[in-house]
Design a protein around this ligand. Structure first.
Ligand code: GLN
Length: 447
């Protein structure tokens, strides 16, 4: 059914870079045999999934939506995808994304933009726009995305689906092609909170192949699927309701807060402060890490190599000039600049200090509140082309998601209505480190 739906809607939506029809059917048959033999029982057995194209899949093209990895077929599978396969999920294909996960619209892909299934004149958000559009268009049952500064939560909100960014260290990053390693986390995108909790339970694991992986004893996320928020303390940062927030989004978010209040939660506004520093700090840190991580794409170790060159340095230069798109080049230049001697202290170190202060502000807030509530994004999905013309405006759209990554916290985006144009609005719930269950419980109220 999913493959039929892909045939029907993929031409309009372009959610996938690669659809592996033959491989998926073969894997589905193998899974069916195991189910029949009673060897596979879990909730994901036989369920078709899309994987963001920055997670390595053995034998299956993995491009990061970049020309530079246009012919890259990994020899191993990322840990999160391995966990899915062990649970019997069937990988249908690789989802489109912003090139190397840099962007908020899925328009920086070298393989064409993804369109929002609700209205194909609008973007699906990004960078996990392919994953979220595939779920919204029923071109898969669920998907994996990655979130460095909102890339699961923001496109989930634009596409009317549910997505979780777990606490840093919960899902192994082994086999996830790194963007900003200290911020990147893999997470689920699905139709509802129940599905997301079920998937998160499967993909989370302690993995010695990822040095930042955390050993947790509390990965039974589905145990938090309870319709019970009585007494829960929920804080809304005043800074999240101010300038730049679309009034329709604000209305929908405050209505959702009312629902929680009616169900017995205590909801109040508070000052989180420092929110305005999150975007500059994030773009300095993420670009610095990206400039280092992307140094490996040099035409020798992976993927694309320029055809004509004179000597090694000319080969590097031409390969990278031809292989990377404009947004990726912008990040590499910015990242190299803030790390260069003479500027390191003024930009990179200052951004790290800001990151520490943002974490402290959240720590203080979680002394009082169980969950922080706000919008996932200041607006609904913009029209195609609007953000490409103005990257700074696009960066500013990350205001509500980015500090969650800087502080390593878990966040969920759940649908909470539509605007006048019929485009979905997303509500974001943020928890303290390792408190996924609290945000899952609060989000489950809307199910
Ligand atoms: N929009 C942000 C960026 O471009 C976030 C991307 C992400 O989370 N991968 O960096």
């Amino acid at each position: 059914a999913v493959l039929d739906q892909i045939k029907k809607s993929e031409e309009k939506v372009n959610a996938y870079v690669t659809v592996d029809e033959a491989g998926a059917l073969k894997r589905a048959e193998e899974v069916q045999k195991k189910i029949d033999a009673g060897e596979l029982k879990g909730p994901l057995a036989g369920v078709p999934a899309a994987i963001k194209d920055n997670m390595c899949t053995e034998g299956l093209l993995t491009t990061c939506s970049s020309k530079i990895l246009g012919n890259f077929v990994p020899t191993y599978t990322s840990e999160a995808v391995k966990n899915l396969e062990a649970a019997g999920a069937v990988i249908i294909g690789k989802a489109n994304m912003d090139e190397f996960a840099m962007g908020s619209t899925t328009e920086t892909s070298a393989y064409g933009e993804t369109k929002n299934p609700w209205n194909t004149e609008h973007v699906p958000g990004g960078s996990s726009g392919g994953s979220c559009a595939a779920v919204a268009a029923e071109e898969c049952i669920f998907a994996l995305g990655s979130d460095t500064g909102g890339s699961i939560r923001q496109p989930s909100s634009f596409c009317g689906v549910t997505g979780i960014k777990p606490t840093y260290g919960t899902v192994s990053r082994y086999g996830l092609i790194a963007y900003g390693s200290s911020l990147d986390q893999i997470g689920p995108v699905a139709k509802d909170v129940t599905d997301c909790a079920t998937i998160l339970e499967v993909i989370s694991s302690h993995d010695t192949k990822d040095s930042t992986s955390v050993k947790r004893e509390d990965l039974d996320f589905t145990s938090a699927l309870l319709d019970d928020v009585k007494g829960m303390k929920i804080g809304i940062p005043r800074d999240y309701l101010g300038e730049g927030l679309d009034p329709e989004v604000k209305d929908a978010v405050l209505k959702a807060a009312k629902v929680l209040e009616e169900k017995g939660a205590v909801v109040e506004e508070f000052d989180l402060s420092l929110a305005e520093y999150a975007i500059p700090a994030y773009y300095v840190i993420a670009s610095a890490e990206a400039s280092s991580n992307l140094a490996r794409f040099d035409g020798i170790k992976y993927g694309y190599r320029t055809e004509e060159y004179e000597g090694l340095h000319n080969m590097y230069k031409k390969t990278r000039s031809e292989g990377f798109g404009p947004e990726v080049k912008r990040r590499i230049m910015l990242g190299s600049f803030v790390l260069s001697s003479g500027y390191y202290d003024a930009y990179y170190l200052k951004a790290l200090r800001t990151k520490a202060l943002i974490k402290q502000a959240f720590d203080r807030a979680f002394e009082t509140y169980d969950v922080i509530l706000g919008p996932a994004a200041p607006t609904t999905a913009p029209k195609l082309g609007e953000s490409l013309a103005d990257p700074i405006k696009m960066y500013l759209g990350d205001i509500y998601t980015i500090s969650v990554n800087l502080a390593g916290l878990p966040g969920i985006s759940v649908p909470c209505g539509t605007d006048k144009k019929g485009l979905p609005i997303g509500l974001q719930l943020i928890g303290d480190c390792f408190q996924e269950k609290k945000i899952i419980r609060a989000a489950y109220s809307f199910e």
